[in-house]
Design a protein around this ligand. Structure first.
Ligand SMILES: [Zn+2]
Ligand SMILES: [Zn+2]
Length: 285
């Protein structure tokens, strides 16, 4: 059996092992060397954030039983997509596929900040008043569905190898847990590491309540997109300990911690003073 077949056949177990493995490592690291003090007790945060993760997994399984990997198999069997059309070396195609898919995720992330109705969904991720390993998987189910549909479209057009899709999914999942974790990394180590991967200090800037900082560091995995497209911000203005995390309008933990509040968040309140909405004039029209 070649490596491709092995990875495809053991996809679920590979993904689960990486998920629990990285989650465990980051959770222990957070205990040993936390970067900030949490505002909400961990038991309350984790039970609600993880309940959302379980709910999202069930929704995804029910709606899209074959998910992104199934779509990649389908594209390959039907010869759909750019990479199924041209013959290039497998390694090159896998590397290019992972990089391109990561670039699309960056653009998608910018889009969900810019478009008012999508920001309503993405607010659930940002409304977390703390920033730890569970924040990395805290997304509204509708945003998860939207992400999957975008992934399907990208796979149909790009035709990435099945193994590249699995690598990408594992990588994105793992780096999201890593770069949302509440850990203290050596400053010099962070400086060099963030040349290759988005670090917790880099992504924390994106979770600031200040709009100019929220509109920075959209990358989840590779840090190059932010530098390339001009959205890179080195550090938060107030420093990592003093900065406020979350969203201005929803700054009370009881508004945003419980599962049902997270699920309802997209449907309440007005979106008037953020992103594209800054086109509103001063008198509110
Ligand atoms: Zn965001
Ligand atoms: Zn985030």
């Amino acid at each position: 059996m070649n490596i491709d077949d092995y990875i495809t056949e053991h996809e679920v177990i590979i993904r689960l092992s990486f998920f629990f493995g990285i989650f465990f490592v980051m959770a222990v690291y957070e205990l040993i060397s936390p970067r900030r003090r949490l505002l909400v007790p961990k038991l309350l945060r984790w039970s609600n954030n993880l309940a959302l993760v379980v709910l999202n997994s069930i929704v995804l399984r029910l709606l899209f039983p074959v998910a992104a990997v199934g779509m990649a198999v389908f594209a390959q069997e039907h010869g759909w997509g750019l990479f199924n059309y041209y013959q290039l070396s497998t390694l090159l195609v896998v590397v290019l596929s992972v990089i391109i898919m990561d670039g699309i995720i960056y653009l998608q992330h910018v889009m969900v900040h810019a478009i008012p109705v999508l920001w309503r969904l993405h607010r659930v991720h940002h409304a977390d008043p703390d920033f730890d390993v569970t924040t990395g998987a805290r997304f509204h189910p509708l945003e998860i569905i939207l992400s999957m549909l975008i992934k399907f479209a990208v796979i149909m057009v790009l035709g990435p190898p099945v193994v590249a899709v699995i690598i990408f999914e594992v990588l994105l999942n793992g780096t999201a847990m890593f770069n949302h974790s509440n850990v203290r990394l050596n400053k010099t180590f962070d400086k060099y590491l963030r040349l290759f991967i988005v670090t917790p200090d880099m992504h924390r800037v994106h979770h600031s309540v200040e709009a100019d900082e929220t509109n920075s560091n959209f990358g989840f995995n590779l840090p190059w997109w932010d530098r390339l497209f001009g959205t890179y911000r080195d550090q938060p203005q107030k420093g990592h300990e003093a900065m406020t995390i979350g969203i201005h309008q929803y700054n009370k933990p009881e508004q945003v911690t419980w599962l049902h509040k997270m699920l309802l968040l997209p449907f309440i309140g007005k979106i008037t003073e953020y992103s594209i909405n800054s086109r509103y004039s001063k008198n509110g029209k």
